[in-house]
Design a protein around this ligand. Sequence first.
Ligand code: TRP
Length: 469
Amino acid sequence: MTQSTSNAAAIGAASGASAKRGFWSSRMAFVLAATGSAVGLGNIWKFPYITGENGGGAFVLVYLLCIAVVGIPIMMAEVMIGRRGGRSPINSMRILTERDKLSLRWRWLAGVGVLASFLILSFYSVIGGWAVSYVGTAASGALSGQSAEVIGAIFSGLLGDPGKLLIWHTVFMALTMAVVVRGLRGGLERAVTILMPALFVLLLLLVGYAMTTGYFGQAVSFLFQPDFSKLTTEGVLVALGHAFFTLSLGMGVMMAYGSYLNKNVSIAKTSVLVSVMDTGVALLAGLAIFPIVFANGLEPGAGPGLIFQTLPLAFGQMPLGSLFGTLFFVLLVFAAWTSAISLLEPLVEWLEEQKGMNRLVSTLGAGGLCWLLGIASILSLNEWSGFAPLGMFAAFEGKTVFDLLDYLTANILLPLGGLLVAVFVGWFMARQALENELSLRGPWFTLWYGVLRYVTPVAVAIVFIYNLV
Ligand code: TRP
């Protein structure tokens, strides 16, 4: 990785007005970093299970619409704020508001993001820990040739054991902190260059296997034939929230990465490219998983354990399954890892900038707090599984700490952050500035601007109102 990209991790350090900031070594470096953040557990773990829980096709359609109408315009807006401000998210917002004489309160938009990233990382690391533990499980051969019952029991065994979960959560968080403390130096850019394509190839292989199960057609119709009777208003909110989650929007990550983007790169094309790759990985994961679900009579709405109960079955039955299984979970860990890094980075920056801590202390502090909160998510999978802290409210009935953190971040904080970005860029920034920054041709600019001003805020607001009232 070059000097310029290693600066990306040292945003806090480089955020002083006089600091010399680099740029991404190439457009490709930005695309890889942004894709590394976007493609993660959200695509391979979360997308399939929420699709299963929300009845398939209609949900997928709404999700794709949300990506196109809300996700891509907001990604462009975030990258643009970052590139124009040229600083860490909070300071970029400050610079932009000062320049246009707007309320300084807008910088709290980036504050919502810092809170969201803290909450997300706490449970993200727990799931990342599941993936780490499955590397060992797959490598040991314990999955080969097993029945769905045995595979299910292995998974429940993991969830029922807080000690094991804690160990793997700790390992995952330590991995994340180890990179953040050093800055994204050295191997990461190279690693992403190799690992992302490898993950893609392995997913294709799994889809190939899924085609041999005889249930591929059923899975395709489950995923792509909308049955609107299965769609609830909560499902629409989940789809919208997931569009933000999977594209890493609503909390300033793309602003941070955009601040290192060269002026001559097209923000629109790049954002579309990142979104398409992210969506592609999610759909491939769905096409790999659902045939196995149907072939083995499993429940599509099985919840967060879905991939851990289905993919091991496939690996258990295919030749060289232990090898491919191990490889798959290694790649899943990498995908989760690059995302987790992008979740911890803004927190660490914020501590450095606002509290004047050095990088080591801020990484240990932020990572340590996330780790601590993660323990609540671990316990809610076993000891506290019957504990619903906000259960007295109908909307949160039966939701454990883990469920609440997921709900609060993906369904409330991220869309709220995104809504504020859309309103800020669409209604407060000068149109001329946007035109210069995006250099989009006539009708494309009008389309983006119109969508960001009217469609995005209204869509988010309607979904909010329906669900919260
Ligand atoms: N997009 C990642 C995933 O799908 C998760 C993630 C990383 C994220 N950084 C983020 C989500 C920032 C929201 C905001 O797994």
